[in-house]
Design a protein around this ligand. Structure first.
Ligand SMILES: [Zn+2]
Length: 339
């Protein structure tokens, strides 16, 4: 079968890879219907994170189960499934507390930008749709594999809810999904920080009440002007850079909360957090804990996170899928295995 392999920064290739098979009795093998490129894949593509050797890449997918191991009971061949990027058993002590991202038996996988995929801990990780979903729902279901769960996690981590003002730092797919999450969780004021018209439009479609195009001090002042001069109750940091965390700590009110979901690179401004009494919480999303609710919202067409995909290509054009995101010609690239 064919899939994407990253060889070096800027060098992702479509090449033949070994056919995945059932190794553990808890595994499933799925035929990938759609996969996508993540902002976090770009850390390696841009040479910020190392690529020590050619590595299959991609961790977001949805598809149809082809085979399951003997111990798998909740999904069966023919089921349409989606799973989070962080496989979990959904039964251990951590998972029972909802901390599925930190499952005590966590497995790791990569290489989902491929025709087929072995999913470990299939019972815990995968969730099946009641029936084969309509084709136009595929992008929104795929978004649940990472970006929508991650945006949701930012909002939950920051305590977003009715009566709260929210500012979102980052206008990538996760930031936009964080806007959608904040709106769904009942926040009456949701401010998206974005300078890009296409991304502003998605934020508005997701229910953002305000757009702030300014950055740095001007951005902080614009957010304060919308929040009684205080700053937002909740700031969702969806980038991961030091600059983004400084932007977040400037935009949050005293005693407010920051939800942190951008994979951190660089320092954390702990002193600023301390003197402003800022709460900070976040990390990788508890996908499995959020999936049942979010899948229901997608299947009932209450939310449509799939509009973050503004480029769709055949899997064989994976190199262009990366280049378009790297050059910010696309918000997020969806790939479908070649027919
Ligand atoms: Zn677990």
């Amino acid at each position: 079968m064919y899939g994407a392999v990253i060889h070096a920064p800027g060098d992702v290739r479509y090449e033949e890879r070994p056919e995945p098979t059932i190794i553990e009795p808890t595994d499933a093998v799925i035929r990938v219907v759609a996969a996508c490129v993540c902002g976090s894949d770009l850390w390696r593509y841009r040479g910020i994170a190392p690529v020590p050797k050619p590595t299959p890449i991609g961790h977001e997918y949805c598809g149809v189960v082809e085979a399951v191991g003997d111990a798998v009971t909740t999904v069966k061949p023919g089921d349409f499934v989606v799973g989070g990027f962080n496989p979990c058993d959904n039964t251990c002590a951590a998972c029972r507390k909802g901390a599925t991202a930190n499952c005590l038996n966590a497995a790791h996988y990569e290489g989902c930008q491929a025709e087929r995929l072995r999913v470990p801990l299939a019972d815990g990780t995968l969730i099946a749709t009641p029936e084969m979903p309509a084709d136009d729902l595929i992008p929104s279901i795929l978004a649940l594999s990472d970006v929508m769960c991650t945006g949701w996690h930012a909002a939950v981590s920051a305590g977003v809810g009715p009566g709260k003002s929210v500012a979102v730092v980052g206008d990538g797919a996760v930031g936009l999904c964080a806007v959608l999450a904040a709106v769904q969780l009942g926040a009456p004021v949701v401010i998206a920080m974005s300078r890009h018209e296409a991304r502003q439009k998605v934020a508005t479609a997701f229910g953002a009440t305000h757009i702030v195009a300014e950055r740095d001090e001007a951005g902080i002042e614009a957010i304060k002007a919308l929040t009684d001069g205080m700053g937002a109750d909740c700031v969702l940091e969806c980038v991961g850079t030091e600059d983004a965390r400084l932007q977040a700590s400037g935009a949050v009110r005293v005693g407010g909360n920051i939800g942190l979901v951008g994979v951190p690179h660089g320092d954390l401004p702990v002193e600023q957090f301390f003197w402003k009494n800022i709460g900070i919480k976040g990390g990788p999303a508890n996908c499995r804990a959020y999936l049942p609710h979010l899948l229901e919202l997608v299947l009932s067409r209450t939310i449509n996170p799939g509009i973050v995909f503004d480029l769709e290509l055949p899997l064989s054009e994976i190199a262009e899928a990366y280049a378009a995101m790297d050059e910010r010609r696309a918000i997020k690239s969806l790939v479908r295995p070649n027919a």
